[in-house]
Ligand binder design. Structure first.
Ligand SMILES: *[C@@H]1O[C@H](CO)[C@@H](O)[C@H](O)[C@H]1NC(C)=O
Ligand SMILES: *[C@@H]1O[C@H](CO)[C@@H](O)[C@H](O)[C@H]1NC(C)=O
Ligand SMILES: *[C@@H]1O[C@H](CO)[C@@H](O)[C@H](O)[C@H]1NC(C)=O
Length: 286
């Protein structure tokens, strides 16, 4: 267990990569407990499964947000909570005006396999999702590719050569390059200077999902188990989205916007995560 402290950030004591186990399939459960849970949840699963299949299929063909909305809000049961820094909740029209728009580049944290779908639903139209690799090159993902990438980081999107072709899109930049567990913000990847970010209107998005076990810092369960928990657990689920606006790009200020929302900066980065993944799966971390 001594080695475990290696995965805590020295400054803050936070471990950004340790997953919160989902209730049904958590490692702490005995196999009898897991079987009883599955059997008791099976009726809900079997009722919802045909809807999930039907809506996923029709969504994958049409890309219509209304179908996605049904999946995320009705089948999974997520509530959305949207706010803007400096705008009161009662100023509904003003809040609405700060929602993602064409020409925005929204710098965001990255927490779950669903992030791409949630950002698309939030924007109300198609979006471009960019994730940098360690060397600072950007790759473009669709929400579905991002879902796959969260479970297997060897799946890369399409390399982006220049950003100007996305000027008429809504761009989400997952600037940490990898997901973490809603306890901190990882170091931002230094982007290749060839990407001109200042041609966009810059915002940051502080994004949180609860319960925490739906965050996926490492692929600790399969897609099927994750979906099973999503549709069978009918307790309260929430997505919080908070937007900050900037006159111009300032990574220091952006970092600070996370810290103001209890996501502290840690030093552990994407390289440390790779080592952690290796450790977690080979040494059975409890
Ligand atoms: C559903 O989620 C709640 C917390 O959000 C958890 O306490 C509970 O154990 C979960 N239920 C099942 C059946 O997994
Ligand atoms: C995601 O992964 C699944 C299973 O490996 C594959 O069938 C599917 O085509 C992938 N989707 C995308 C958009 O890459
Ligand atoms: C995110 O993490 C914080 C700190 O660990 C926790 O208090 C919170 O419940 C989590 N979820 C949300 C939605 O903030």
């Amino acid at each position: 267990m001594e080695k475990f402290s290696t995965w805590r950030d020295k400054g803050t004591g936070i471990s950004p990569f340790i997953p919160t186990e989902i209730p049904t399939f958590g490692k702490k459960n005995t196999s009898v407990q897991t079987t009883i849970s599955i059997i008791s949840l099976l009726p809900i699963f079997l009722i919802k499964l045909p809807f999930l299949i039907f809506f996923t299929l029709t969504y994958s063909i049409t890309g219509l947000n209304v179908l996605l909305k049904f999946i995320i809000q009705v089948l999974f049961g997520f509530n959305f909570d949207f706010s803007v820094d400096g705008v009161k909740r009662s100023q509904v029209a003003k809040l609405e005006s700060y929602k993602p728009k064409v020409g925005n580049l929204i710098i965001t944290n990255y927490a779950t396999p669903l992030d791409g779908f949630i950002f698309k639903l939030f924007s109300g139209r198609d979006i471009v999702i960019l994730v940098p690799d360690k060397s600072g090159d950007l790759y473009k993902y669709t929400p579905c590719q991002l879902w796959n990438f969260t479970f297997d980081s060897s799946i890369k999107g399409e390399l982006v050569t220049e950003l100007s072709k996305y000027k008429n899109s809504i761009v989400f930049l997952l600037v940490e390059g990898t997901s973490s567990n809603n306890k901190s913000i990882l170091p931002f990847i230094n982007l290749n200077p060839k990407y001109e970010l200042d041609q966009f209107n810059i915002k940051s998005l502080i994004y949180k999902v609860s319960p925490n076990y739906f965050t996926m810092p490492i692929p600790y369960i399969s897609k099927i188990k994750y979906l099973f928990e999503l549709i069978t657990n009918i307790s309260k689920k929430q997505i919080k989205l908070k937007i900050y606006n900037y006159e111009k790009l300032d990574f220091g200020k952006i970092k600070h916007s996370y810290e103001l929302n209890s996501l502290n900066s840690v030093k552990l980065n994407i390289d440390d995560k790779e080592k952690f993944v290796d450790y977690y799966f080979n040494y059975d971390v409890k």
